[in-house]
Design a protein around this ligand. Structure first.
Ligand code: SF4
Length: 466
């Protein structure tokens, strides 16, 4: 996962707005951050580095970024190591002048793209799919950047939301399945594109619409120009955006993420009721669902875990040692709420199963008599090739163990997962497509992916990700 943001506001310096835009998208990636700004007088100027948005930028660096066009990125690595060399936006010089690009997603036809640009396979394992996308665009035939991007879109397979910048244009495109979210907003006389609508609100922009799957948008002094250079494919919006990734105050595909999570909690309460005294959430991503569980079950909702707000999101930290260590630093339990109680604990997902046992242990240590774990996702049994850092099946606890075995492993008295049908229903999948199942990707729960994963690509992705 990554966050992408782009803005054109005629005559206004936009670096500061871009800073706030990517700040609002910090939850989508915490390893590195970058901004490139541009205008025809200064060309492209940039700043990117490892760390959170607030660590990479200060008053001086923001002031040094000139121009009324800008793109920004927050990175979480799924392909390529977590180093500053892979921090985005990326750049490439060309006969047309420089191009900067930021990517959210994961391409799956890496070998084919390598061949296209005349690069031997396995030449450099450090070359990320994002770098291949940039080189594919730069080397594509075409008389304009729009033609080049259109050509590259026809060649790229997998998940991609790209925002690109030249000294005079902001360009954005989304893969024809619409796996990752991307929306368009209005800012005064200008335009904004962002991974999530929460970033539009943060800078005072107005949501206009989603960028359609397969759409290519060019924004410049003459306005917004849209085209659909690739044929639409069956929609495959990542259902995990609703479960965990997106911010609850975003809307995706016309659905409030908060409402979807609340509904997941209600459905979970109907599917897995239990005799208990109270409901708590693993904050923050399960808070809405826990409120929904409590409302449906009639049990009181309390705060049993207090989160240190300054510890990063556990799941998207790249190294295992960072993941397990940060759980201990992340929460404190409240004995005054939990002691002697039978507690329903609502979590958004169990992926590797590394963070759940210490969390359950913390709740027990605070005096909970029983711990009943309820999860707002089905068991995750398969890897994701479209943007989530789970490289191999063997890393997934639900691929190795049955539900009762997982309950024992994590130390819970009972465990209940939301069903796939319950998930689709809670997300409102039917409003996306008459056959709602087909409008959402659920590959990590079913093993059915919206793209063909070739053996070579599988190996390469697994090698690049951790
Ligand atoms: S496999 Fe899972 S996480 Fe990956 S895109 Fe599909 S639903 Fe999302």
């Amino acid at each position: 996962m990554c966050g992408v943001f782009g803005i054109y506001a005629p005559g206004e310096p936009v670096a500061r707005l871009t800073y706030f835009g990517i700040y609002a998208l910090q939850h989508r990636g915490q390893e590195s951050a970058g901004i490139v700004s541009a205008d025809e007088r200064h060309g492209l100027t940039w700043q990117r580095n490892m760390g959170l948005v607030s660590q990479v930028f200060d008053e001086q660096t923001i002031s040094s970024l000139e121009g009324d066009l800008a793109i920004g990125h927050t990175r979480y690595s799924t392909s390529g190591s977590s180093t500053v060399a892979h921090a985005q936006p990326l750049f490439a010089p060309s006969l047309f002048g420089p191009l900067a690009m930021a990517h959210n997603g994961n391409l799956v036809n890496i070998e084919a793209l390598r061949k296209d640009i005349g690069e031997p396979s396995n030449r450099d394992a450090s070359c990320t799919d994002s770098e291949l996308a940039l080189r594919s665009i730069v080397q594509a035939p075409g008389r304009s950047w729009t033609e080049k991007v259109a050509h590259a879109m026809a060649r790229m397979d997998g998940a991609y939301c790209l925002v690109m910048l030249t000294p005079s244009q902001l360009i954005a495109c989304r893969d024809p399945m619409g796996v990752r979210p991307l929306c368009l907003g209005r800012y005064r006389d200008g335009w904004v594109v962002a991974s999530e609508s929460c970033a539009l609100e943060t800078i005072g922009a107005e949501f206009v619409r989603e960028v359609d799957p397969g759409e290519l948008i060019t924004i410049d002094a003459s306005g917004v120009h849209s085209q659909r250079p690739v044929e639409a494919r069956p929609r495959a919006l990542c259902v995990f955006e609703f479960i965990y990734f997106a911010r609850p105050d975003s809307n995706i595909a016309g659905r409030s993420v908060y409402d979807a999570r609340y509904e997941m909690g209600r459905t979970l309460a109907r599917e897995h009721p239990v005799e208990a005294d109270l409901v708590i959430a693993i904050p923050d991503s399960a808070t809405a669902a826990a409120a929904g569980y409590a409302a449906e079950s009639g049990l009181p909702f309390r705060e049993g875990l207090i989160k240190n707000r300054y510890i990063g999101r556990t799941f998207i930290q790249p190294h295992q040692s960072q993941r397990t260590g940060s759980v201990q630093l992340k929460f404190n339990a409240l004995p005054s709420v939990l002691a002697g109680k039978r507690v329903v604990v609502v979590d958004d997902s169990i992926v590797r199963g590394t963070t759940t046992p210490p969390t359950v242990a913390l709740i027990r240590k605070a005096g909970a008599r029983e711990v009943h774990l309820r999860v707002t996702a089905p068991p995750m049994t398969d890897p994701c090739y479209l943007g989530i850092d789970v490289a191999t099946k063997s890393q997934l606890i639900a691929a190795r163990l049955t539900v009762p075995e997982i309950a024992r492993e994590v130390g819970a008295d009972s465990l209940g997962y939301l069903s796939l049908d319950g998930l689709y229903q809670s997300v409102g999948a039917a409003s996306l497509d008459p056959d709602g199942r087909r409008a959402l990707c659920s590959g990590c729960f079913t093993g059915n992916y919206p793209v063909q994963i070739s053996t070579g690509d599988e190996r390469l992705i697994a090698a690049g990700a951790r």
